[in-house]
Ligand binder design. Structure first.
Ligand code: ZN
Length: 436
């Protein structure tokens, strides 16, 4: 069945069709053009939108932790290492399978409502098969990986290196390259991963055409810890383990020297930029304009809910530009079109996708329909100004992933409300304080 979606079509940061329309069939975009042409060539009985709507490619979230949703609000106003050691790691160790699934489904549901159609998500050490299944059932597209760790974590998360790798390979077999949900190898960061775990997970990802997803240079204390453990700066240490390359996305990349930035560019490694998380944890501001100038693929991301408050791509877009403009006293840096690009096509490139992030024939039908009908949407001069500086998640009327509608009339098509009770009872008990 062909469905038609009408509106101003924002194909990419440099292509806009006023009064346009898109035809989708199965999982794919089969036609893009003016409303006159599409309505002439196709049956319009299945129609969404109008000339006043705005249609954009789904946002590509390059770094998230849906599994941390149950810790939202439990770890505020701390820096990265105390945030991790006091709440997040003990919290991940307490999650039962049922709680982990609830955490993931709320997180993915929240992302879909925010127009995020693809996410690059890290689970935790336990119940990873259930986490991957939750991602699949949510309807989102993504690269999802078990969190790989074999040192410096609480007992409940600790396992021998070979056991960790064995489970990772098994899950990679179940979610290979090409599916809506693909496995990714996700060593957390050097302090929680032995040299062997870093090196072998990266090698396995390369061999299977999958990605490596890890954290790097988010916080200055973390960088000092890595130097203590390896005798090298963070990015050089990752390079020695064979982690850098086109198959790898590094979350954060805030505290990188000029030589490290050059190494990232020379190896084709991608950067995931998390402005809200970096601001809330007081981590710093990533040198995004410099990465972009060197040709490094950069995508935008929401990180975990306890690090940001929630998954809101409009907030991420605003902050990514505003933080650079304000700290450099330069309003010209990261203009709206550039920010829109890193939120969509740039993120797709950072995650090695060639068929998402733009509205083009042959691309996956991952689409977000905005209804600019609330007071803040008037007037509109420029669609990129509206999307990046003005739009809010409540402007999102409909979302499709892989041709399937996941948000309709601003609500999730799949009911996730049964998971809310599990989340609220977890918050009441705060098991990360007491549970062994
Ligand atoms: Zn993270």
């Amino acid at each position: 069945m062909v469905e038609i979606i009408r509106g101003t079509v924002i194909q990419s940061s440099d292509a806009v069709i006023e009064n346009g329309a898109v035809a989708i069939e199965h999982d794919e975009i089969i036609a893009v053009g003016t409303w006159d042409n599409i309505s002439r060539d196709y049956d319009t009985s299945q129609l969404h939108g109008s000339a006043d709507h705005v249609l954009i490619p789904g946002f590509v979230n390059t770094h998230s932790h849906a599994v941390q949703t149950l810790f939202r609000g439990a770890a505020d106003d701390r820096d990265l290492l105390s945030w991790l050691e006091e709440v997040i790691l003990p919290g991940e160790a307490t999650l039962t399978e049922k709680e982990l699934v609830a955490s993931c489904r709320i997180g993915y549901g929240e992302m879909l409502l925010a127009g995020i159609t693809t996410t690059n998500d890290m689970l935790t050490a336990n119940h990873s098969a259930a986490g991957l299944k939750a991602a699949e059932e949510s309807g989102i597209r993504g690269r999802v990986g078990k969190m790989l760790m074999d040192r410096n974590v609480p007992d409940g998360l600790l396992a021998p290196t070979d056991e960790v790798l064995e489970e990772a390979h098994h899950l990679a077999d179940l979610y290979p390259q090409g599916g809506r949900i693909q496995y990714s190898y996700a060593p957390r960061f050097i302090p929680t991963c032995s040299d062997k775990l870093m090196a072998e997970s990266s090698q396995a990802a390369r061999e299977r055409g999958l990605m490596v997803h890890t954290h790097a240079s988010e916080n200055q204390k973390e960088c000092a810890w890595v130097e203590e453990l390896t005798g090298e700066s963070n990015i050089h240490a990752l390079h020695q383990f064979g982690v850098l390359g086109e198959h790898t996305v590094l979350a954060h990349g805030i505290w990188t020297s000029e030589t490290e930035m050059k190494l990232i560019a020379d190896t084709g490694t991608s950067i995931s930029h998390n402005p809200t998380s970096n601001a809330k944890l007081g981590s710093g501001i990533a040198p995004v304009p410099e990465y972009l100038a060197q040709g490094t693929p950069v995508g935008l991301a929401t990180d975990g809910s306890p690090a940001t408050g929630g998954h809101d791509f409009f907030l991420e877009m605003k902050l990514s530009g505003f933080l650079q403009k304000s700290t450099r006293n330069d309003p010209k840096v990261l203009p709206a079109r550039t920010v829109f690009n890193i939120a969509t096509a740039g993120g797709a490139q950072a995650l090695n996708y060639s068929d998402i992030g733009k509205i083009e024939v042959g691309y996956k039908a991952d689409l977000v329909l905005l209804n600019p009908s609330l007071p803040h949407a008037y007037p509109r001069y420029d669609p990129f100004s509206y999307i990046v500086y003005t739009a809010q998640t409540r402007d999102i009327q409909a979302v499709w992933v892989n041709g399937n509608q996941q948000v309709s009339e601003s609500n999730l098509v799949k009911d996730i409300s049964p998971y809310f009770d599990i989340a609220q009872s977890y918050a009441r008990d705060q098991p990360f304080l007491t549970r062994d």
